[in-house]
Design a protein around this ligand. Sequence first.
Ligand code: TMP
Ligand code: ASP
Length: 237
Amino acid sequence: MEKKHQLYEGKAKRVYETEDPALVIVSYKDDATAFDGEKKGTIRGKGAVNNRMSNFLMQMLAEQGIATHYVKELSDRDTVVKKVDIVPLEVIVRNISAGSFARRYGVEEGIEFGQPTFEFSYKNDELHDPLINTSHALALGLAGEDEVREIREAALKVNDILREFFAGCGVRLVDFKLEFGRLPDGSIVLADEISPDTCRFWDAATGEKLDKDRFRRDLGDVEEAYQEMMRRVFGEE
Ligand code: TMP
Ligand code: ASP
């Protein structure tokens, strides 16, 4: 399968048409942004890490009953996925306080919750992806009631599966962001990526941050953290 016309370029990926109208090729870049693109940089090797890790996790989730967009890995950076219409909601699940949760509620990072939290942000860069509740998402027609229910159930199941998997890698899954898409028949599938760009990973023993917060917060050793997560997921290579 080959890349044809470029359909879209996002902050971290490009999307290309293929000869099959139902499939697209996603190509992961090393570009990194934060704070709605205000902060820009490059994380060497990030594209390959995110592509390979995301594909591995999507396959693991598919085996456990989560419908995903994943089709086939073509190379270190390129993957064939089903073409979807993205639901404009960022779906965020948290197990431990961090980031915007800690800021919004004035609490420290690192508080382990009794049960995971679930929230939506409206995927809209101009508005800076504001937090949105379900009734507002329904009012704006961003998704239907059944879709919201299905997305919530899938996201919480993804959390159970990933939390256990990463615990086995010596990593605490602090929080993460998912995106879902609609196939032409209207069914909902997990789309976008699951990677150190979209999750917070803390080393279980030391608490060291092994995700994009190293870039967002200028903590240094950004590339090393991505490579370390790759080793944790795939074992020594
Ligand atoms: P937050 O604490 O900044 O709201 O982030 C929650 C999770 O969502 C965290 O794992 C990072 C991820 N995330 C993205 O994937 N994209 C984004 O644009 C933002 C702001 C967060
Ligand atoms: N990817 C988002 C942006 O650029 C933010 C983030 O991940 O922090 O702007």
